[in-house]
Design a protein around this ligand. Sequence first.
Ligand SMILES: [Zn+2]
Ligand SMILES: [Zn+2]
Length: 170
Amino acid sequence: MRIKIDKLKEGGNSEVFEAGEISEVLSTEKKIVRADELCLNIEKSNDYLHIHGSCSVCCEDSCDRCAENFESELIVNIDYYFHIGEIEGAAADDVEIIYPDESNGELVFDDHLKESFILALPLKNLCSGDCRGLCVGCGANLNLEKCSCPDKDKTDPRWDTLTKLLNTDK
Ligand SMILES: [Zn+2]
Ligand SMILES: [Zn+2]
């Protein structure tokens, strides 16, 4: 995924990357089910570039509670600032200095796309908000079946001490 910096004109530019290319770049992070093509807006003002856009990506994940695989749809937002060559004085923290002359006039954008994708991933992977998870007693997937473990075995063992405390109060 490369952007030809030396071909950009002043002002607005756009660059389209095909779905296949997006999937391929992101496949090192997750199993990608499908991706949209990505249209990046590239605004050039002298040596400053603002590159932004968004695309939707569907990836396969496994649920943190029940361990089943499920597909999740993510919106990946891309928003980066670059400066071609050194900046005189202090540069803003969010501006990345690039040297396209040393790379055929191109900017390799793979890592930026990956980073944006990782930021779009949820902190918790749940197949659904009300996933019941696995029984800690027998391992049954409680979304699919009711197991015959007594209820006390179904609570998370980390709460045992609390349960005991509550029971002694009675
Ligand atoms: Zn689940
Ligand atoms: Zn059980």
